[in-house]
Design a protein around this ligand. Structure first.
Ligand code: ADP
Length: 553
């Protein structure tokens, strides 16, 4: 091979262990803060590798984790792939039947499980789906009462093993990781990450055109490590030699605030709801974000108002990013181009609120309903297709899904986007969430952002409901700030939409709810709302007469 060695995860660990041996890894656990350095990390990873080997794990075997973000989970990130096995991170928030499906589909042989999640795993573990599991390892120093069997605790599992391991030369096409899509559209689909995919994703997201992670950074991934490798940040931070901070099981805004302040976090990442929660916390409490320089927000659209508040009130730069499980996951980051910093605030923030520019190494096409590429004019919509070294071309043992979503190495993302003349993409909807009224598209995402920009709105989502005349009409579901006059707020919101958008975009109704249902990854679950409210008679018709420009009836 002309390059000399394969692209694997091994050199990232090797470099951090030797060149940044004193940098810290900090973890919030049930028993308090734990901290050690990369030197100790490397020793523990080596001991884990020996333990796996002794347990009969061989190259190609799958090892599952059912864990939050903490140092032991991070040890499996290098320990498992570097022996040639495959790390399968399982989302504990999935319903039982999905957990059964994916553990059986992946054929996991060992399962690492957090103490706080044991109870959740006990039910599914009784089923035949778990027949291949030979060993449970509880991520702690001892094992509580449990029906999981055979079971041991992590510290005993790795205890009596050497602190060095002769890591094998691996083929870069060897699978290193695996994650399932959250299954909002049927059974979860498996996506495998080879060493080469994780290596190239790390190298592409490391520099300034990606996430810009440096050795001096203190990085706190709030995005769960069971969700697409916490957006690859444990790998990227290690490659950079940065300090890691892991926020542990179910962190509350107060926990995040404390970690940021006490550990000097400079860079953090998570879905918008996490950061909306932190800002709400800051309204009632002291919130010291002076160390925090950058926040990566993605997984769902970051409202412009959120980006602006972090900037103006806390001097924190938000990098809006877009990605998918199938993309390891990062595809775009909304960096400003030279000169844009000087633009007036509105124009600049509009750009920053877009999903941004492709990370170098990727290519895209935006394809309209007639199969043609759209103009980059910021107006024409189409489905985003992406290809590149860390983009999957195949679902695990699901040829029919691969056939549907992949064409000549292009991944059809299912996201509907516009691209502006500067190349910034903007997600206007997921293909299945697009609202079509009288033949014209309405962007639910844009309406949601507008509604959430109102001070009295805590959360809002917009779904299309069936309509006899217009096929579909938008309906807004709004969680108001406590104690607000709902009728007045509804009027204000409708007036605001009428003023800023085409008249036929105005929601037919504003319904107030206590909470927007969320998926297991914290995104708005529109499917649940649609199911709950798909009866058109629920929608009392203030349908504007000019509901759509080309409406024919
Ligand atoms: P799943 O597809 O299983 O729900 P993913 O995490 O893979 O879980 O979700 C990827 C999808 O999330 C994207 O296709 C897109 O629709 C949405 N998404 C991710 N990041 C953003 C973002 N910054 N803005 C809007 N949507 C986003």
């Amino acid at each position: 091979m002309p390059g000399g060695t394969d692209q694997t995860l091994r050199p990232f660990l090797w470099r951090a262990e030797r060149m940044y041996s004193d940098r810290e890894i900090v973890s919030r656990t049930a028993s308090g803060i734990e901290r050690y350095d990369y030197r100790t990390y490397g020793e523990r990873v080596a001991r884990l590798a020996h333990a796996l080997e002794e347990g009969g794990i061989e190259q190609g075997d799958r090892v599952g984790t059912f864990c939050w973000n903490h140092h032991r989970h991070f040890e499996t990130y290098f320990g498992v792939p570097n022996v040639g096995a495959q790390l399968h991170t399982i989302n504990p928030l999935l319903p039982d039947h999905h957990i059964e499906h994916i553990v059986s589909d992946a054929n996991d042989r060992v399962l690492f499980v957090d103490p706080s999640l044991i109870e959740q795993l006990e039910g599914p573990a009784e089923s035949e789906a778990f027949d291949a599991v030979e060993q449970y390892v509880v991520m702690d120093e001892d094992v509580p009462e449990t029906s999981l069997s055979p079971v041991t605790d992590y510290e005993s599992f790795i205890a009596d093993h050497p602190t060095e391991y002769d890591w094998p030369d691996l083929d870069e096409d060897q699978p290193a990781g695996m994650c399932y899509t959250s299954g909002t559209t049927g059974n979860p689909k498996g996506v495998e990450y080879t060493h080469q995919m994780l290596w190239s994703h790390t190298m592409a997201t490391l520099p300034a055109s990606g996430l810009d992670i440096r050795a001096e950074d203190v990085v706190m991934p709030v995005v769960p490590m069971f969700h697409v490798n916490a957006w690859g940040m444990p790998f990227t931070s290690t490659a950079a030699g940065a300090k890691h901070v892991y926020p542990g099981p179910s962190p509350e805004p107060a926990d995040l605030a404390k970690l940021i302040e006490e550990e000097g976090v400079t860079l953090s990442a998570g879905v918008p709801t996490v950061w909306l929660g932190l800002l709400e916390y800051g309204q009632e409490n002291d919130l010291d974000l002076s160390s925090l320089e950058r926040l990566i927000i993605g997984g769902a659209a970051a409202p412009e108002s959120l980006i602006r508040t972090f900037d103006e009130e806390y001097d924190v730069e938000v990098l809006h990013a877009w990605g998918m499980t199938e993309m390891s996951p990062i595809g775009t980051v909304s960096h400003l181009k030279p000169g844009m910093e000087e633009w007036d605030d509105d124009r600049r923030d509009e750009k920053r609120a877009k999903q941004g520019l492709l990370v170098p190494g990727l290519e895209m096409r935006v394809i309209d309903e007639d199969g043609e590429e759209v103009e980059w004019d910021g107006e024409e919509f189409g489905e985003l297709w992406i290809r590149g070294p860390w983009v999957t071309t195949e679902y695990f043992e699901r040829p029919e899904a691969t056939e549907e979503d992949v064409e000549d190495s292009w991944l059809k993302t299912g996201d509907v986007v516009t691209v502006d003349p500067e190349g910034y993409i903007k997600i206007v909807d997921r293909a299945k969430d697009v609202i079509k009224s009288g033949g014209e598209w309405i962007s639910s995402v844009e309406l949601e952002n507008a509604l959430m920009g109102h001070d009295d709105v805590s959360e809002a989502t917009v779904v299309g409901v069936p309509h006899e005349r217009w096929q579909e009409r938008p309906v807004a579901f709004v969680v108001p700030v406590e104690g607000i006059d709902e009728e007045a707020l509804s009027e204000e919101l409708l007036a605001m939409v009428r003023e800023n958008y085409p008249k036929w975009w105005t929601p037919d109704d504003v319904l107030f709810i206590d909470e927007v249902p969320k998926t297991s990854t914290g995104k708005f679950d529109k499917k649940v709302l649609r199911e709950r409210y798909d009866d058109p008679s629920l929608v009392e018709g203030n349908v504007p007469e000019e509901a759509a420009p080309d409406a024919t009836d």
